[in-house]
Design a protein around this ligand. Structure first.
Ligand code: C2E
Ligand code: MG
Ligand code: MG
Length: 639
């Protein structure tokens, strides 16, 4: 029989242990364990009951008691259930003589049980479950033990209620946190969680001088998939992509879906920058096999931009912006590729937001300029054209790479304005060259970015500029990259048809650097392809270099297109592309990009590149004879 002291010591022990955030199961375990210590019983068990559901929580002091608890629930019969239902204690002092539980009793007797006493776990008018005390010999339980058991059951119930409330609150906040921080479609972390992880990475990098990197991946032609197969299919595809990407990230990296078809991988604690490059390769490989969605096969490619911070350098969300920027460059090249942008210097010197602001004022304040790179006829080295290249000299950063300027402008919406300015300036400069040298009409090539071509009213703008500058449309070459075709091929086709209608010529720039589908050449009305300087650079190093240039060039000729080889730096490369039959070429061998006035000088003297001039490098140091150089310097002085 339990005495007052023992009971109060059990209760205070209960209180001490359970007052904090003991979980539900812990409370039940503690209850059954303590109760067999203080009462004259063989075993104890407890079951929490939720109507209509299998019990979640069961505890017992030994294996037999656990079986008895389960058995009662399975049979839907037993003292435990009666105590739960009635809210009253149930005594079965002699199992052999009790007929209330015809199915439970034989099983209990067979297992050697003599008596059971069940106590409801009460709270107000309701019940949470019941506590069972088991004894192997028949006989009543002392009334004071009965009272003590009910007291312990009631106290346990009070703690259980608390624990349940705590658990529910936790589940709700968990659910809330999960939905606020995860993307509903793929279950991946969303932009908010990515931001948090980035802040975390920033703190870590600060402490440990480690590096971090961000990979920004954007699916190519996702819009086309949505338009062709419908949005539910597009959703399935995104889920499948998320699954494949999840399989390639390293443990500890964060893979997030930040919008429609854009995924970001944040790599913290990079030992080496090469880790990111191999991750990028794994991302590429993840897209090697087509996706099979309910029997429909779709081949997808992805454009990836990568940016990383230097060791110990401040990691900020600029890293994502930079990776995004790099991704745009991958897109610009036609997608299906990755591009690493190393803006580590730029990111510490000044952030991109500032570049963004400064570009607006550069545009308004007339701080943008153009350089022209001569294009020569390979057969005789004659100057036949010039490509306009955007130049922005930032007051503190100095020369900003053209690609950086263009991608900032593409993202902040300045591209149409800047592009129109480039086009008009080029047409006017060409007009001046022609006025000075009427016998030597030059073609002028102008680069057009994807956003610019797709922007509303682009063809109309071109028509107006041609008109205002009295430019011969046939002398204007618009250079496009394959990126134009991967986003929205239909729209591209119609804009290009409008441009062709005006008599303008079209060139496919950097051919071969991206997705490189020869199909584009047949579908889109281009006149010229410009073979990417990457292939030309291989000539002389890699035996396949010249072979690829020859293959592409032959194919273009079969289709009736002319070929320009880019990035000619050596005489060997010149000889190779001339031998292959590329009509035109440009590169540092002939001339670096030069100011408009230098083109006038070159028209006067002609280009002579047969004597490469070592030591004369840099943008404003054209190659050529001493006579040419003098003429150019004279022009530069005059400008
Ligand atoms: P691009 O149209 O392929 O222009 C050729 C780029 O290669 C130029 O870089 C030029 O300076 C460089 N280059 C020329 N010859 C050689 C050579 O022999 N060796 C090497 N290594 N490089 C050579 P730049 O000026 O930095 O322009 C980069 C890209 O930026 C251009 O590639 C073009 O896609 C884009 N871009 C330039 N200006 C404009 C513009 O006004 N509008 C648009 N949308 N894009 C522009
Ligand atoms: Mg170009
Ligand atoms: Mg090019």
């Amino acid at each position: 029989m339990v005495d007052e002291d023992t009971l109060s010591s059990v209760l205070s022990d209960f209180a001490r242990t359970l007052i904090t955030d003991f979980p539900i199961q812990g409370i039940l375990d503690h209850l059954v364990e303590r109760i067999v210590d203080v009462l004259a019983v063989t075993a104890a068990g407890v079951t929490l009951i939720s109507p209509g559901m299998a019990p979640h929580y069961v505890a017992a002091s030994d294996a037999d008691a656990l079986d008895f608890e389960r058995l009662q629930t399975q049979l839907g019969q037993g003292p435990c259930l009666v105590a739960y239902q009635t809210g009253e204690a149930v005594s079965v002092p002699d199992m052999r003589r009790d007929d209330r539980f015809p199915e439970f009793a034989p099983a209990a007797l067979a297992a050697g049980m003599g008596a059971v006493f069940a106590f409801p776990l009460r709270h107000g008018d309701g019940r949470l479950g019941a506590l069972d005390l088991y004894r192997d010999t028949p006989g009543v339980l002392d009334p004071r033990d009965m009272a003590a058991a009910q007291t312990l059951a009631d106290v346990a119930a009070a703690y259980l209620l608390n624990a349940q409330a705590r658990q529910e609150a936790l589940e709700i906040s968990d659910r809330f946190r999960t939905s606020a921080l995860h993307d509903a479609l793929t279950g991946l972390p969303n932009r908010v969680l990515l931001q948090q992880r980035l802040e975390h990475a920033a703190q870590r990098a600060h402490r440990s001088h480690s590096q971090a990197a961000v990979l920004f991946a954007d699916l190519d032609r996702f819009k086309w998939v949505n338009d062709t197969y419908g949005h539910p299919f597009g959703d399935e595809l995104l889920i499948a992509v998320a699954r494949r990407l999840s399989a390639v990230v390293r443990p500890g990296d964060t893979l997030a879906r930040v919008s429609g078809d854009e995924f970001v991988i944040l790599c913290e604690d990079l030992a080496h920058v090469s880790d990111v490059v191999s991750l990028a390769r794994r991302v590429d490989e993840a897209f090697a096999q087509p996706f099979d969605l309910a029997g429909t096969q779709v081949a997808m490619t992805v454009s990836v931009g990568i940016a990383y911070s230097g060791p110990g350098e401040t990691v900020t969300d600029q890293l994502i912006t930079h990776a995004d920027l790099a991704m745009y460059q991958a897109k610009r090249l036609g997608g299906a590729t990755h591009h690493v942008i190393d803006l580590r210097g730029a990111s510490s010197a000044g952030d991109r937001n500032r570049l963004d602001r400064d570009l607006r004022s550069a545009m308004a304040g007339g701080h943008l300029d153009l350089a022209y790179q001569p294009i020569v006829r390979t057969a005789d080295g004659a100057l036949v054209g010039a490509e306009a290249l955007l130049r922005w000299t930032h007051p503190t950063h100095g020369a900003v790479p053209a690609l950086t300027t263009v991608s900032i402008a593409e993202q902040n919406g300045l591209i149409s304005g800047i592009g129109a300015w480039v086009l008009e300036r080029s047409c006017r400069d060409r007009g001046r060259w022609l006025a000075a040298h009427p016998g030597q009409p030059l073609d002028v090539s102008v680069n057009i970015s994807v956003r610019q071509l797709m922007s509303a009213g682009f063809a109309t703008t071109v028509a107006k500029i041609l008109d205002a500058t009295r430019m011969d449309p046939a002398a204007l070459v618009l250079e496009l990259t394959e990126g134009v075709f991967i986003e929205d091929g239909n729209r591209a086709t119609s804009v290009l048809a409008d441009l062709k209608g005006m008599g303008v010529r079209l060139a496919l720039d950097d051919f071969g650097s991206g997705y490189c589908s020869l199909g584009y050449l047949r579908r889109f009305p281009v006149d010229t392809i410009k073979i990417d300087q990457g292939f030309v650079a291989d000539i002389g190093h890699d035996p396949s270099g010249a072979a690829i240039v020859a293959a592409v060039s032959n194919l273009a000729h079969v289709l009736g297109l002319t070929v320009t080889a880019e990035g000619i730096e050596t005489e060997q490369q010149h000889d190779a592309v001339a031998g292959i039959g590329c009509e035109h070429a440009q590169g540092f061998l002939y001339s670096h990009p030069v100011p408009a006035s230098s083109i006038l000088a070159l028209l006067r003297t002609g280009l002579d590149f047969s004597v490469p001039r070592p030591g004369l490098t840099g943008e404003h140091a054209p190659q050529g004879t001493g006579q040419q150089r003098a003429a150019v310097e004279e022009d530069l002085g005059a400008a």
